[in-house]
Design a protein around this ligand. Structure first.
Ligand code: GDP
Ligand code: MN
Length: 418
């Protein structure tokens, strides 16, 4: 799922005619001051990152004057909050909150439902997971019939929303459904729906995730990589997406892991090339337990052609500072593994001559395993590198393989540093 930031989501609300607080995005403290001047009253300043719970994390602040808005923005921009770098803030009129509600829609994937479910609660401002069930009104929507304004009224009425707000609340829920439908969302949420002391109802926050498969229909959203992530895509993440878009056979997933490890000693950094999502992650755990950091998580699975595997391997190798390469097929795949073998061999034959003695662990298991291991052995036997090749009998041995990798990395680094 591709996630939008609050201000991007609110722009869609505006298109749907839903009331949102007056405001704009600032990338510098001066911009924040100008926006606050234009608003002409106290403002709220909210960091724009791909994460919720910003309030509790110190990412939602209030300012009474434009000068204060400028100062607060200066302290927020460039800060790391919830592990994410703050590059922009949303400056909005501060609302005088009378009551906070919740409205959200997700896809109900239960076998007897398989439809959008619209949720409304009078307990807004907190995680919907912690709201008691009797305080949440729900409706499974038959997408052919659609969602009507009176459905929204019924939901609000079920929880006894006071009559002076009920029409505004229903219009907001109705707009939410329209936005959900029009943009192919998987999840959409307003938390809180704000009822102000003046009796106005507005969307106080916004969270939207677009279905990966719907992204192509909405170039106007400017989503670069149709995948859920918490940080903006890096150059390699973008290249991987380009590979994926051009050839949908199998998966070419790539995510750089740039976080620093500070709490323990790191013996080396491994370029990690997994096969088969979840199983492959066990290999990362194994490496971490041996005190090794992974530079990235890559995944080629679901029967990709050799060309895709080759490209993924090349991306892994293109990361500066790696001390080893691991092909982590920690599962028995039912597709023919020789496509992987061919793609990896081509990449290794190009990359290893530049790195004498480089540590490489290759694990492949599954259909045509014998032939695939043969391709790996034959294709790499003349290379000057530390190469270990394993099959299905080691598929559960994540820690053992990680330990071998560590041993080779230590030797390699010693050799390299004289
Ligand atoms: P989140 O923590 O990432 O979900 O960020 P929100 O945008 O939902 O803000 C968190 C909380 O800050 C809200 O639930 C409100 O209680 C408070 N807040 C946000 N905007 C305003 C505002 O304009 N006025 C007031 N009084 N409180 C606000
Ligand atoms: Mn919120």
């Amino acid at each position: 799922m591709a996630r939008l930031q609050e201000h991007e989501g609110k722009a869609l609300f505006k298109i749907a005619g839903m009331p949102i607080p007056q405001g704009d995005v600032a990338r510098t403290p001066e911009e924040a001051r100008k926006i606050a001047e234009k608003i002409g009253k106290p403002v709220v300043i909210k960091i724009q990152i791909w994460a919720g719970g910003r309030g509790k994390a110190g990412g939602v602040k209030f300012a009474d004057t434009p000068a204060e808005a400028e100062k607060i923005t200066a302290s927020l921009l460039g800060a790391t909050i919830k592990g994410l770098l703050v590059e922009k803030v949303l400056v909005e009129e501060k609302l005088a909150i009378e009551k906070e509600y919740y409205a959200g829609i997700i896809v109900n994937a239960q076998a007897d439902a398989r439809c959008p479910v619209v949720m409304f609660s009078t307990e807004g401002g907190m995680d919907i997971e912690s709201v008691p069930a009797d305080k949440i009104a729900l409706m499974n929507v038959d997408v052919i019939r659609g969602f009507k304004i009176y459905d929204a009224l019924n939901l609000a009425n079920e929880l006894k929303v006071p009559s002076q707000y009920i029409n505004q609340v229903a219009r907001l829920i109705f707009g939410l459904y329209e936005t959900f439908k029009n943009y192919g969302a998987r999840l959409i949420e307003i938390n809180p729906v704000v009822v102000t002391k003046e009796g106005k109802v507005l969307a106080g926050d916004c969270r939207i995730s677009i279905d990966d498969s719907a992204v192509i229909r909405h170039p106007e959203l400017g989503i670069e990589v149709a995948r859920e992530a918490s940080t903006p895509p890096t150059e390699l993440d973008r290249i991987a997406w380009w590979v994926e878009e051009k050839d949908l056979r199998g998966t070419c997933y790539f995510a750089e892991m740039n976080n620093e490890i500070q709490d323990r000693e790191v013996f080396g950094t491994i370029g990690y090339h997994g096969m088969g999502g979840g199983g492959a992650m066990l290999g990362v755990d194994g490496l971490n337990k041996q005190g090794m950091k992974v530079a990235n998580f890559a995944d080629t699975s679901g029967n990709p052609p050799a060309s895709k595997v080759y490209r993924a391997a090349k991306m892994v190798f293109s990361q500066p500072g790696i001390d080893g390469y691991m092909l982590g097929g920690f599962m028995a795949a039912n597709q023919e593994q020789w496509h992987h073998a061919h793609g990896v061999v081509k990449a290794l034959r190009e990359e290893l001559p530049k790195r004498p003695g480089f540590p490489v662990v290759l694990l492949l298991a599954g259909n045509k395993e014998k032939e695939s291991l043969e391709i790996l052995r034959e294709g790499t036997k003349d290379l000057n590198a530390r190469i270990r090749i394993y099959g299905g009998d080691r598929v559960y041995d994540t820690e053992g393989l990680a330990a071998e990798m560590k041993e080779m990395v230590l030797e390699y680094k010693k050799e390299k540093n004289g």
